[in-house]
Design a protein around this ligand. Structure first.
Ligand code: IPM
Ligand code: MN
Length: 352
């Protein structure tokens, strides 16, 4: 029995989460596994009502689950940063979800803005470090508000944090069993401390424990270029928190947009959290127009991590079958309602 905490969150989060759960139910019946869900209402509305972003007890409560399914965080009436830091980043840090796993896969019949690129050419995974780097909040102001003001924001890279992320990426590359190539994305020509540690650890660990995995390196700016020009060059990319944040938005666009892109915040030894990576899109709330494929894809990643491999495979097959049936998905416009897409995927599972 898998225990899943559901956090629909803000804006259109609840609408897409409902479709994810609809498909999850269909898959569980077909693949024959049990799960139970408990809903948590953390997000902007609750914060505005109670003045508390996330009670301390919530983190302890969430630790008791096998996985967390998150819709989206971000509310028009809450200053940017409060909910993101107070909920999303806090959970990533406190639950030590040190991997942010973001597949970049173009499904058939989904529009990509890349001319002449097809599903065979856009199929790689970004492994983003998720608990360190520029995200630790290390630094501060000096003489704030004066003409002499200084703001310092430091990137924290620990040997332990870097190494566990690299090992996860090597293992993932091996399991994926495709090109068996892991590309480190960095900036060794300028960030000569942080990426010196990354690069040394990459080669040390790769040479001693992953001789079957080919190691490649590219600067982050060049990666942005190649992701657009030759995405077929990539199998798995591993990088730090900030670069990973940036290149995965680019990745989301080339795979058809935020309506498709899903990610997992993973603690391989603990509780992981899965989310569509687009935001809460508050202005579309309640209109039944947001593409739920990303949320359904997040459920698929969740099943993979929970070890329900047959269910995950089924879910992906249903996503692909549905996308083939529909026209013009991705790249911004959908042309189908949120619940209609969820129904189609669920039906495809049921009839598979
Ligand atoms: C993401 C988001 C978050 C991040 C924000 C909302 C804090 O952009 O998950 O990529 O920067 O990690
Ligand atoms: Mn981001």
């Amino acid at each position: 029995m898998h225990k899943i905490a559901v956090m629909p969150g803000d804006g259109t989060g609840p609408e897409v989460v409902a479709e994810g759960l609809k498909v999850l139910k269909a898959v569980s019946e077909k693949a024959g596994f049990d799960y139970e869900t408990a809903e948590f209402d953390f997000g902007g509305d609750r914060y505005l009502r109670t003045n508390v972003v996330l009670p301390d007890s919530a983190v302890e409560e969430l630790r008791q689950f096998d996985a967390i399914f998150l819709g989206a965080i971000g509310h028009a009436d809450v200053k940017p940063g409060i909910l993101e830091k107070g909920i999303l980043l806090r959970l990533r840090f406190e639950l030590d979800q040190y991997i942010n796993l973001r597949p970049v896969k173009l499904y058939p019949n989904v529009d990509t803005p890349l001319k002449d690129k097809s599903p065979e050419e856009i199929d790689f995974v970004v492994v983003r470090e998720n608990t360190e780097g520029l995200y630790t909040g290390t630094g501060g102001f000096f003489k704030k508000g004066t003409p002499d003001e200084i703001a310092i924001q430091e990137s924290v890279n620990t040997r332990k944090g870097v190494e566990r992320c690299l090992r996860y990426a090597f293992d993932y590359t091996r399991r994926r069993d495709r090109e068996k190539t892991l590309t480190l994305c960095g900036k060794t020509n300028v960030l000569t401390f942080a990426f010196d540690l990354w690069e040394r650890t990459f080669h040390e660990v790769g040479e001693s424990d992953y001789p079957d995995i080919k190691r490649d390196y590219a600067h982050v700016d060049a990666i942005c270029m190649w992701m657009v020009k030759n995405p077929e060059w990539f199998d798995v990319i591993v990088t730090d928190n900030m670069f990973g944040d940036i290149i995965t938005d680019l990745g989301a666009m080339i795979q058809g947009g935020m309506g498709i892109a899903a990610g997992g915040n993973i603690n391989p030894e603990g509780v992981s959290m899965f989310e569509p990576i687009g935001g809460s899109a508050p202005k579309y709330t309640g209109q039944n127009v947001i593409n739920p494929m990303a949320a359904i894809g997040a459920c698929q990643l969740m099943l993979e991590t929970l070890g329900e491999l047959e269910g995950a495979r089924m879910m992906e097959a249903a996503i692909v079958a549905t996308l083939k049936k529909l026209k013009g998905m991705g790249a911004g416009q959908m042309g189908h309602s949120t619940s209609e897409v969820g129904d189609l995927v669920a039906e495809s599972v049921a009839s598979s």
